[in-house]
Design a protein around this ligand. Sequence first.
Ligand SMILES: Cc1ncc(COP(=O)(O)O)c(C=O)c1O
Length: 385
Amino acid sequence: MKMKNLSSQRHLFDIPDNIAYFNCAYNSPQLIESKSRLLSGVEAKCHPWERTASSFFEDAETIRQLSANIFSGNADGYAIIPSVSYGISTAARAIEPNLKTGDQILLIAEEFPSNVLPWRRVAKETCADIITVQTPNDGNWTQAIISKLDKGIKVVAVSSCHWTNGANIDLIEIGKACRDLNSVFVIDATQTLGAMPLLIEEVKPDFLVAAGYKWLLCPYGFSLLYISEQWRDSRPLEETWLARENAEDFTALVKYSDNYMNGSRRFDVGEKCTSTILPGAVAALEQIKSWGVSEIADSLSIINKRIGSHLEQLGFQLPKDSQRCPHMFGALLPSHYKGNLVGELKAKNIFISQRGNSLRFAPHLHINETDLDRLLNTLTELMKK
Ligand SMILES: Cc1ncc(COP(=O)(O)O)c(C=O)c1O
């Protein structure tokens, strides 16, 4: 298949020339357009008389629509939430009444805590058991997860790739297996959504959550939650008045309504239309839509292949191509190297992270030739030591 390569989009980011930033799995840089809309949002609070009732809803509706355009699913299925912990806790609360003693919840080893702690709480409340899939020796997470699935597993809560090293997890395959067993399928897509193709219609999750501040290029404090139709009548985490059917009529709020707005709106966080957060998310999603997710993935994969083959020449160990995501990867340090590579790179304004023994490379479209040359040359230099 032909790769669709976007040229460096550095001009859309506010990144000084001397910074080479390969750490988007930690926190991505914000677009200049997001910054500008957020600054307007800050100013707007100085003039509250200009704020209209509709502004308490509009950005959230725009985000639902953009999300459906980019990731499919119906716009009504998306909720605006602040964090993955909030989204997974929402899923856990919805599922909890269906669990009983001895039911099993499947998680993966060394998962990010936001997709572990809510399940530990639910397991404690319901006397369900947590089953953890250990890191597979052959690197094949998909098979390792599928081989653990049986009738006792009522919930499968996995990530779309392993957050420590970008190891690929095939959600379509796992989704099929979950449906065969009637297990609830919950996904934390934080480390892939926006950077590699994922369609809700193909994956068919019961719940999908993603933090916005990494591959969605959104402000911190914004995350997305998709809830499939069969769960949309569940009990939300909180009872925000802004999700009740009469919320748009500010004169009638004390006519307390017991009816929620339709779709997944009941799962929105209270005060969802924060003018210092959502306008930045709208700008970021518009940009991702305009680039196209598969174009982003292809372009990042080209950058990562160049880094990957250089690392291999330097003695790093990389996962097989088939087990790597296009946008981020982990490389095991050669055993002879005893230095602090992340620290030494940082001293030269080159940013990556280390998770365990693995160096994590996570570029976005701001990366240009100069950044790449600096990274590769500096790695060669440092590994000689
Ligand atoms: C896989 C994964 N999920 C979630 C998060 C963030 O979770 P939260 O929004 O609950 O802080 C991270 C942050 O690194 C992550 O890597």
